[in-house]
Ligand binder design. Structure first.
Ligand SMILES: N=CN[C@@H](CCC(=O)O)C(=O)O
Ligand SMILES: [Zn+2]
Length: 441
């Protein structure tokens, strides 16, 4: 058995307890000073103070057994985390990271005053990514996806959700999902897949949205189900895209087929997407910039996770989702990057931390909960990831600094030093590796 002991962490964040964490529970991150984690193979064996775990591991302080990274008599490899913060691996629970091409020009147009929806109406936006994604081979999608997931791992992400939705035909939707499955099998980061066929309306389906949805339900989703290509089904419920009736029709049938549900809801307009998510029993409603008070109340009551995507609001120069109101109303809030080729091309966890704390009035404890256990719950995985508790996957992040308060304080800076995935070191930062400067005489 492979045994690892992370020892003497200045602050160890467990996020233990029931999940998801709602309302005031979000501030309780189960912090242990001078904490440690014992890992056996790919699972967490014990979590506690270093004193408690030394006893459990058969260590004697001062015996010389506990030097950093040495094999010890009791078989543990020791990782000395003194002066550092240890957290559960981050869960990025909403992304669109598999696609072909780029849309950099749209960002410039928006800087000059165009809106996301006006660009979409004149043929840009999501539809503009369809051609390059259809043209890309599965190996090209896997290769570019691998680079993106590598970058996520550097930020401490150990599980990521990825959506289809840039094919909107049978072959390309399946190709996107298969690319993610191939990556999942060959990369340390776990990938949870979502079918998002109804992501936009192609010109030939304008005014015939129901026909398009029926095509997806009949021709594509049975294959997705049969091959186990996606666990969740999602839809872009928005004015000018898919309305409430079409969205409810799709979600109801997707649920009957055995998919878990997610909804892109109330992003640009208050359409009743949050209420729809509550009504259909969705795991999460995502975006929610314009969620109504009634929608917030219903999400809290139904236990729908409010997945907020502040980097998207930031890039679109839109007001942030009302995180404070949601938490104070008893909602469980998750934060995710929404990495995509159009509205938000970032996978930066430090940016989410900064926006959450500075602009959304969330405490750093609430932000940590939103990026770990509540993200895990939004993916239906809170029993296996999202917290440091006995029996869970050993997905652990170690930060260079001694306290969680460095996370917003070192604004926008990646503090991740080590990432452990399934008990193995998957990423180790080399802080001071600079090239030798050559001097000409
Ligand atoms: N809003 C809908 N879908 C994506 C954007 C996708 C794109 O613009 O390519 C989102 O969640 O932000
Ligand atoms: Zn999205």
């Amino acid at each position: 058995m492979k045994k690892l002991y992370i020892r003497r962490a200045s602050e160890l964040v467990t996020c233990r307890g029931s999940a998801p964490k709602k309302g005031a529970e979000m501030a309780d991150i189960g912090l242990i000073k001078n904490g440690g984690v014992l890992i056996h193979d790919d699972r967490i064996f014990a979590v506690g103070t270093t004193e408690e775990l030394d006893l459990l591991a058969g260590f004697e302080e001062g015996s010389g057994q506990v030097d950093a990274c040495t094999e010890t008599a009791s078989g543990y490899t020791v990782l000395d985390a003194s002066g550092k913060t240890v957290l559960p691996g981050f869960v990025d629970s909403h992304t669109h990271f598999i696609f072909g091409g780029y849309r950099a020009e749209e960002f410039s147009w928006r800087l000059k005053g165009d809106t996301y929806m006006s660009i979409m109406e004149r043929g840009g936006g999501i539809n503009a990514t369809v051609g390059p994604t259809r043209d890309a081979s599965i190996q090209e999608l896997v290769s570019v996806g691998r680079e993106r997931v590598n970058r996520m791992l550097e930020f401490g992400v150990t599980t990521v959700e990825g959506k289809s939705g840039y094919g909107m035909d049978r072959n390309t939707e399946l190709k996107q999902l298969r690319a993610m499955k191939e990556l999942d099998a060959s990369h340390p980061v776990d990938i949870v897949t979502t079918f998002l066929g109804p992501h936009s309306v192609l010109p030939q389906y304008k005014g015939k949205e129901r026909e398009f949805i029926d095509m997806l339900l009949q021709d594509v989703m049975p294959v997705v189900k049969e091959e186990g290509l996606a666990e969740f089904a999602d839809i872009f419920c928005e004015k000018g895209v898919f309305g409430i009736e079409d969205s409810e029709y799709y979600l109801t049938r997707a649920k009957e087929m055995g998919f878990k549900l997610k909804v892109h809801a109330d992003e640009m307009n208050s359409l009743g997407g949050a209420e729809l998510a509550a009504r259909t029993g969705a795991y999460s409603a995502d975006h929610l910039l314009k969620a109504s008070d009634e929608g917030i109340r219903q999400m809290a009551k139904a236990g729908v996770i409010s997945t907020l995507l502040p980097a998207t609001a930031f890039c679109l120069k839109e007001p942030f989702a009302p995180a404070r109101k949601m938490i104070d109303s008893g909602c469980a809030v998750a934060l995710a990057s929404d990495l995509n080729p159009g509205s938000c091309f970032t996978n930066s966890i430090p940016l989410l931390i900064a926006l959450g704390c500075i602009y959304m009035n969330m405490s750093i404890e609430e932000v940590i909960t939103a990026l770990t256990i509540n993200g895990a719950a939004a993916l239906g995985r809170s029993d296996s990831i999202g917290s440091l508790e006995k029996g869970k996957k050993a997905d652990v992040v170690i930060l260079k600094y001694p306290s969680i308060h460095f996370m917003p304080y070192h604004t926008g800076i990646n503090l991740v030093e080590t990432v452990i995935k399934n008990g193995d070191v998957a990423y180790q930062k080399e802080w001071e590796r600079l090239p030798e400067l050559k001097r000409e005489n």
